[in-house]
Structure formats: C-alpha cells, structure tokens
Design a protein around this ligand. Structure first.
Ligand code: NDP
Length: 457
C-alpha cells in the first residue's frame, strides 16, 4: 500500500514550457545527434582530436562532404548484430523471470512496486536486470574464450554502422511513444500534453508507457540495451587494445573496473532505481528514448574508445591515485543514496553513522487539499550538502577521465557533461522541492546551506 508520503510527492510533478526550455529542447533535438556523430567521427578519422576536424574545415583542407564520405555507412551486418542484440535483451527482460533474488542474499529482485504515479497508480515491475547482465556477460566471456562465434572486438569494429542502428531505434521508439500516447496510452490520466509539439516529443507525454502487462519502456530502455551494453562496449575496447598492441593497458583496466562497478551497482539497486527522479518524475520521450539508445552507450564510453587510439600506460602512483578517487567517489555515491533510502524506508527509525538521524519535519498539501507530512534528513552525508550523492558521482566520473591522461580533451567530455547534468538536475529538483515544501524547504536549506560542495556551492 503506498504511503501518504509517496502518494503526495508524485502529485507535485509539473510542466511549464518557458522560452528557455523550448530553446534548449530545439537545440538538443537538432544538435545532440550531431554532437555524438562528431565525437565518434573524430576518433575514427582524427585519432580523437576534437580540434583537427575544425582546422581542416576552416583551412579548407577538407570539406564536410569529405568527412561524410569517409564515414562508414549502415551495413547489413551491423543491422543484424543490433537487431539480435535488442531482441536478446527484450527476451531476457520479458521471458526470464528473476531467479537471482532467490539465491543472492540481500538482492532485491523479482516483482517490485514503483512509486505512485500522479494519478495514484502503482506499477509493478519485474526486476531482472542483474540477471540479464550476468547472462549476457557469461555468454560474452564464453564466446571470447570458448565458442569463438564472433570476435570480442565486434562492437568496436562496427561502431559507426551500429551508431546508425542505435539512432534508428532511438527515433523509432520516441516517435512510437508519442503516437501511442495519443492513440492507445497505457494510462490516459498519466499523460501530460503541453500543446507544444517539440516539448512533448522531447520530454514525453506518457508517464509509464507499456506494452502488455510487463514491458515497461522506461525500465527497459534505460537499463538494457543502454546500461547492459556499457560494460560490453568497454570489454570490446579492451579486446581491441589487445589485438592492436598485444596488451591491455592499466588505464583501460581501470576504466573497465570503475565503470563496471557503477553498472553493477545500478543493477544491484534496480528496485531502488524505481524511486529515483528518472522513473518518478520524467515522462518517456526522446530525452529518455533516444538518450538511452544513443547518447548513453556512445558518450558514456568515450574513455575506453579513446584508449583504443591512445593506449595510456599510467605509472603505479597515478593508477592507484585514480583508483582511490574512483572508489571514494563510489563510496560517497552509494552511502549517500543508501542513507536516504534507509531513512525514508524506516520513517527515521534507523541509525545513520551509529546515531539516531536528525531531520526536519515538513508538510505539504496535495492537489486535493489534503495535508501530508514528510521528513528531510540532515545527518550523515545529507548534513554535509543537499546532494552529496551527486558529488560522489562526479568524483567517480572524474576518475574515469583522469585515467586517460591529459593529451586530449575528448575523454573529459564525461565530467563536463555530468557536471552540467547533475547541477541542472539539482536545481530542477530543488525547484520542485521548494514548490512542494515551501517554508519547510527554506528551513532545510538554512540547516544544510550547500548543494554539492560544503563551503563552495
Ligand atoms: P536523489 O536521490 O537525490 O533524490 C532527490 C529527492 O529526494 C528529492 O526530490 C526529495 O524527494 C528527496 N530528498 C531531497 N533531500 C532529502 C533529504 N534531505 N532527506 C530525504 N529526502 C530528500 O536524486 P536522483 O533521483 O536524481 O539521483 C539518484 C542517483 O542517481 C544519484 O546518486 C545520482 O548521482 C544518480 N544519477 C546518475 C545519472 C547518470 O547519468 N549517471 C543520471 C541521474 C542520476 P521527496 O519529494 O520525496 O521529498
């Protein structure tokens, strides 16, 4: 049974289309696919230099058409690989109920409930992402070391043709979600129409589009093919290094290990993820659909791609320093998220860092005028800053980038992007919380004055 607290918190989601949002949306719709293409092309044709293509174009050494003509096109092979890949992930998601929770102690899987939607629906989800990840990776290693059906470099070798396939799926699924919301929505009352076509296409109309009882678009597209693919892509890059240079560098191993921990953490906590902003507040449109199919697998894996072209071998001190930074970042990220989760689940009847938690009592009104009560934690990492979980995430992100050395800017895209994403998310969330809690939120921000970095921001 949903708590009153959960019920109210989702009621406060809202949409406004101001000129800035609209301008950003138009910019992203037009340029995000080009940005992805530019990064991948610059590795393919310019050894990952972001500047050289611009210099070539400005000095007329090359024309756009030269770059475009050198770009690999969509191939039947890539289309076949991609179709098989997505079909396999759909199969694992829909047809193999979770068995991991039956034998892995502490893992929460199987059928779980999500948060309450704005109209009071509680969706059930089959949480089997960890299982899908394990099966996929066992098969990957079985192929690499035993069956030899395909080369482990297959992803790298088809990276640009696969980009076209990912784009086709990303646009197809976003367009389908839009059409679906008009003609056969899963829950008509949870649809949000702003009347602005571009905004609706980008930010989504339906809250939780589904096909049948279990195929949930948000959970599927975010987790798989996006995040299951993440570690496979990195493994393919490592295999390519091995093929090209006869060894895998320690920086490549670091990137594989640190990002692997992040991915495994995601699947281990997939049930918790149902309560995060992506699932609780965002509707399903191009932002999530195309973003999960293209942006995430292509841009979150830039470090590994870069290391194929520039095999960086770190000295032991640097490698250890980066590993420590990554692990501390991960520890902060996980502990902060866990503290809030524990505090909310037990309604404050728990211990944070061995003590009874401190918190601020707050209240809010639902759209139907009912008053509800909630608590905002002010101890543990939540007493240090209002979004220290993001800070941990950023430290981890920085570690991946540092593993690539300082020769090029391209691998640092991730930390720039994450800083913008999480700062924007922080501001967006605080705006929502302020509308929800009003003066109680002000008391909270007075008690915990910083957002990400104590004493700085
Ligand atoms: P949070 O987990 O920080 O959730 C924010 C919500 O928590 C608020 O809306 C509010 O909801 C509640 N809350 C805020 N302050 C408190 C408090 N002091 N005590 C109790 N509850 C509080 O945000 P996200 O869902 O965005 O992030 C989850 C994780 O996912 C983060 O660690 C983030 O780094 C990561 N992430 C990673 C991304 C990636 O691309 N790699 C992208 C996005 C997120 P309520 O209305 O219930 O009060």
């Amino acid at each position: 049974v949903p708590s009153k607290l959960e019920k109210k918190s989702s009621f406060l989601d809202y949409r406004e289309v101001d000129w800035f949002s609209l301008a950003s949306i138009l910019f992203l719709l037009m340029f995000a696919p080009l940005i992805v293409y530019y990064f991948i092309m610059s590795c393919d044709q310019y050894q990952c230099s972001l500047i050289d293509p611009v210099i070539d174009l400005l000095t007329e050494k090359k024309h756009l058409s030269d770059i475009w003509n050198k770009t690999p096109t969509l191939t039947y092979r890539a289309a076949g690989i991609y179709t098989l890949w997505v079909a396999f992930q759909v199969f694992l998601y829909v047809f193999i109920p979770d068995f991991c929770h039956k034998f892995i102690p502490g893992y929460v899987g199987g059928v779980q409930e999500g948060a309450v939607t704005p109209v009071g629906v509680v969706n059930k989800y089959e949480i089997n992402g960890l299982q899908a990840w394990i099966i996929t990776h066992v098969l990957w290693f079985a192929n690499a070391y035993y069956f030899h059906w395909f080369s482990p470099t297959i992803i790298f070798d088809n990276w640009i043709p696969l980009l076209w396939c990912a784009n086709i799926l990303g646009y197809a699924v976003s367009t389908f979600a839009m059409i679906k919301s008009y003609f056969f929505p899963t829950n008509a009352k949870d649809c949000k129409f702003t009347g602005n076509f571009f905004y609706d296409y980008m930010m989504g109309i339906e809250f939780n589009p589904r096909i049948g009882k279990w195929f949930d678009f948000k959970l599927f597209f975010n987790g798989r093919p996006g995040i299951v693919a993440w570690t496979l892509i990195n493994l393919s890059y490592a295999a390519k290094q091995q093929e090209l240079y006869g060894e895998v560098t320690n920086s490549m191993i670091l990137v594989n290990v640190l990002q692997g921990i992040y991915v495994l953490d995601f699947f281990w906590n997939e049930a918790w993820y149902l309560k995060t902003i992506d699932i609780c507040h965002d509707h399903f449109g191009w932002y999530l659909g195309w973003g999960d199919c293209v942006w995430l697998p292509y841009l979150y894996t830039l470090q590994g791609l870069y290391l194929v072209y520039h095999p960086v071998q770190l000295c032991a001190a640097n490698a250890i320093g980066i590993l420590i930074l990554g692990m501390i970042g991960y520890y902060i990220f996980r502990t902060t998220n866990h503290q809030k989760d524990l505090f909310r689940r037990t309604n404050g009847n728990c211990k944070i860092w061995g003590k009874k938690p401190e918190y601020i009592e707050c209240s809010y009104m639902s759209v139907d005028g009912t008053k509800y009560y909630s608590k905002l934690l002010t101890s543990g990492f939540w007493g240090w800053a209002r979004h220290f979980n993001y800070t941990g995430d950023l430290m981890g992100s920085l570690a991946y980038c540092l593993a690539c050395g300082f020769e090029h800017i391209l691998p640092y895209f991730y930390i720039f992007y994450m800083t913008i994403l999480l700062t924007h998310r922080c501001i967006r969330d605080e705006h929502r919380c302020f509308s929800k809690y009003g003066k109680d939120w002000k008391r909270y921000t007075a008690a915990v004055p910083y957002r990400l970095l104590p004493g700085v921001f």
